[in-house]
Design a protein around this ligand. Structure first.
Ligand SMILES: Cc1ncc(CO)c(N)n1
Length: 247
């Protein structure tokens, strides 16, 4: 049951050049500083019990199914967020980047998610009738509002816990001693986010953020840190919603 990796990174998506930033071995990249400013929240999200149980293979199937159903609704709003990124674009390069992501989610990823849900006993009809959980509303609408209020950088920062977080979670899980390596029912989920394609997309996003964050002043950085922290806490709530099968 190995779904194909999600096609996040199409050929035309190119990260911005980062050569204007002088890096030495001791420098911490701007994105790492953003994470460090919310270190405890970031850890609570990436090492959440849902994630640990998924890695250990002990997560109740009903919790995973509930998560998958809500993630379908999440993906619809995620696509809208990239539509908003298109709208908020000021250059053709930015516009293409948003459009490529929007197309990848709508044309391919949502279809793959539906196929994947079917393997877990959830049909497309079921998915279309799923009531939206409050944690799903909170997270997705928060991201969209951050984009509406702000500019493209605010929107990308709100999306960073999702794109970069899942990549880091998969990498972290694969390095844990508690990982169930044989017969883990969630192996294909981990493999999808550990895939080169998803990791490359997350790297491109890190580079884009590093380039943009390098030129912001401290007040703006503090405001963006607030957005990043909020989005990170809402991602943690999304795991908790899955774990407790809450609406
Ligand atoms: C809630 C959530 N966050 C991030 C991702 C990664 O795309 C996802 N599929 N769902």
């Amino acid at each position: 049951m190995t779904p194909r990796p999600k096609p996040y990174c199409s050929g035309r998506v190119r990260p911005h050049d980062n050569t204007g930033v002088a890096m030495t071995a001791t420098d911490v990249s701007p994105f790492e500083r953003l994470k460090a400013a919310s270190a405890e929240d970031w850890r609570a999200y990436c090492q959440h019990d849902f994630v640990r149980q998924l890695g250990a293979g002990t997560l109740p199937r009903a919790a995973f199914r509930h998560y998958l159903e809500q993630d379908y609704l999440f993906l619809i709003h995620f696509a809208r967020a990239w539509g908003l990124a298109v709208y908020k674009s000021r250059t053709i390069t930015e516009l293409r980047q948003g459009l490529d992501m929007l197309k990848a989610i709508v044309d391919v990823e949502l279809g793959l998610h539906v196929d994947y849900c079917r393997q877990w006993g959830v049909s497309e009809d079921d998915l279309m009738r799923v009531p939206e959980a409050r944690a799903t509303m909170a997270y997705t609408r928060y991201v969209l509002d951050a984009g509406h209020r702000g500019d493209l950088l605010d929107l990308h920062v709100a999306l960073a816990p999702c794109m970069i977080g899942y990549a880091e979670i998969a990498t972290w899980l694969n390095a844990q001693p508690f990982l169930m390596r044989d017969g883990n029912p969630y192996a294909s989920w981990i493999a999808m986010y550990a895939s080169e394609e998803f990791q490359d997309a997350a790297d491109a996003e890190r580079r884009w953020l590093d380039a943009r964050l390098a030129s912001v002043d401290p007040a703006r950085f503090a405001a963006l840190s607030g957005t990043f922290r909020d989005a990170t806490r809402l991602e943690a709530d999304f795991w908790q919603m899955g774990l407790e099968r809450r609406f």
